[in-house]
Design a protein around this ligand. Structure first.
Ligand code: MF3
Ligand code: CO
Ligand code: CO
Length: 254
């Protein structure tokens, strides 16, 4: 298998899928508050994707994943399963949305603050968001995957955080996960060179403590081994000759 260079027709479909995924985050934002459950958020997103967008929530039944979105709270790193547990003031929550429309995928995630979130947790989220964009800013034809990883790692470790190694970004298109793997650490100039027409996700997971993760018994939820807080932001991005186009920009980012 190799990296798929998208045609202009495919790119147009990826723009639509990306826009829909971003729209789900915009739709759900006002509902993310203390006292509600992540199952409730899952159900709202599911119904919106299926009935309003007439699209498919890609996580549902993906390798047996039981829900339509991923919700990862506090020390959960990624792939958290929505449940009947209530969100409480002080929690930080990542919601990860992947939508499939006309056979193409858009994948994006962001952090939400529940009630009053401590400064240190807000700071983790801010640095993670900055790291995502520093990584994205490396993207153009001829740059390498190592350039992206290096920019992210430098920013995170410069603030004495760590970069999760066990999960990475990915190519995306007709398949949810395509080649290449996009590591969020590395050396500038290392790895394959990007080409115009590639579409990848960048989705750094940054921990307050050590980078090690472990899976919970539910077969999906990944947590930090040391139980320190973890944050993540994700965008789906088209590589162009001169730079990049973010396909999953939300309203406030457009
Ligand atoms: N959306 C995640 C990613 O960014 C993958 C979730 S897989 C699932 O790659 F099965 F947990 F949904
Ligand atoms: Co992804
Ligand atoms: Co995702």
């Amino acid at each position: 298998m190799s990296i798929i260079i998208k045609t202009e027709i495919e790119i147009e479909k990826m723009r639509i899928a990306g826009r829909l995924a971003a729209d789900v985050l915009d739709m759900i934002a006002p509902h993310v508050t203390a006292g509600i459950t992540t199952n409730y958020l899952n159900d709202l997103c599911h119904d919106y994707i299926v009935n309003v967008q007439q699209a498919i929530p890609a996580p549902l039944d993906y390798r047996g994943f039981p829900k339509s979105i991923c919700t990862s709270i506090n020390h959960q790193v990624c792939h958290g399963i929505p449940s009947d547990k209530k969100l409480k003031s002080g929690d930080i929550l990542n919601i990860d949305i992947t939508v499939q429309k006309e056979g193409f995928h858009g994948d994006t995630s962001m952090m939400f603050f529940i009630g009053n979130v401590p400064q240190h947790a807000q700071r983790l989220c801010k640095i993670t968001h900055e790291a995502l964009f520093l990584g994205i800013e490396q993207i153009k034809a001829g740059a390498t995957l190592g350039d992206i990883g290096h920019a992210i790692q430098k920013h995170a470790e410069g603030h004495r955080y760590s970069v999760v190694r066990d999960f990475c970004g990915h190519g995306i298109g007709r398949d949810f996960h395509e080649e290449p793997q996009v590591l969020h650490y590395g050396k500038a100039g290392d790895g394959i060179a990007l080409e115009a027409g590639m579409i990848i996700t960048v989705e750094p997971m940054i921990n307050q403590g050590k980078h090690a993760t472990k899976s919970l018994g539910d077969g999906w939820t990944e947590v930090t081994k040391d139980h320190s807080l973890s944050a993540q932001y994700e965008h789906t991005i088209l590589v162009t000759e001169t730079g990049y186009e973010i396909l999953t920009l939300r309203q406030d980012e457009r």
